[in-house]
Design a protein. Structure first.
Lengths: 114, 114
């Protein structure tokens, strides 16, 4: 079973638009962590955020914000006033209680056009 | 800080050849991982290790072998390379739980099997 689902394979927006990337996860554990990583065209993987299952507070970091809802098993990522430099593939990931394996979604490619 | 270092960055193999992808980290992390990323896809876990001398299979281990003789090094061996192994390979490490629960990635090895 797919543990992390990112249904949006590719999104295109025009600069300054807001965009939300969806992530739905599946786990039976009560203790787990969720992550977002960014993969720019250069190919490296850049850590963006970590959230544990006991902390449902939304988080804002500059133009980035994350909405964690356990009731719907979702951990969505919003970019406000998108910029061309935001163009990248974004991955959502889950690690469960035993904390050994990280499960990644298939990624959402974001294209921000000037 | 070097972090996670992967070599080589690029490699072309002929079908049936063997090679070892090198991965080393200087952060004294016990946990290390090998992922593969097929074009336009997410990351799939090949093997992981929770410490020197301990390795375990991930989602897609067939055709690969690993060893972990030291904390620093986690080489990935491809025996009898096949076109299906054409991919970008990422090595990652993380500290023990409770320290900093995120993966630190290397810059990747792009492998083509022709």
């Amino acid at each position: 079973a797919q543990k992390v689902t990112q249904v949006q394979t590719e999104i295109s927006v025009v600069e300054k638009e807001d965009v939300t990337l969806d992530c739905v996860y599946e786990t039976r554990d009560t203790t787990y962590y969720l992550f977002w990583y960014k993969q720019p065209p250069s190919g490296e993987l850049v850590f963006l955020i970590r959230r544990n299952s006991f902390d449902e507070q939304n988080e804002i970091s500059g133009r980035y914000s994350w909405n964690f809802q356990k009731s719907t098993s979702s951990f969505n990522f919003t970019i406000t006033a998108s910029q061309v430099v935001d163009s990248a593939v974004y991955f959502c990931a889950l690690v469960e209680y035993n904390f050994n394996k990280f499960y990644f979604g298939s990624g959402t490619k974001l294209n921000v056009k000037p | 800080n070097a972090g996670v270092t992967q070599t080589p960055k690029f490699r072309i193999l002929k079908i049936g050849q063997s090679m070892t992808l090198q991965c080393t980290q200087d952060m004294n992390h016990n946990y290390m991982y090998w992922y593969r990323q097929d074009p336009g896809m997410g990351l799939k876990l090949i093997y992981y290790s929770v410490g020197a001398g301990i390795t375990d299979k991930g989602e897609v281990p067939n055709g690969y072998n690993v060893s972990r003789s030291t904390t620093e090094d986690f080489p990935l061996r491809l025996e009898l390379a096949a076109p299906s192994q054409t991919s970008v390979y990422f090595c990652a490490s993380r500290p023990d739980q409770g320290v900093d629960e995120k993966l630190f990635f290397g810059s990747g090895t792009q492998l083509s099997v022709l």
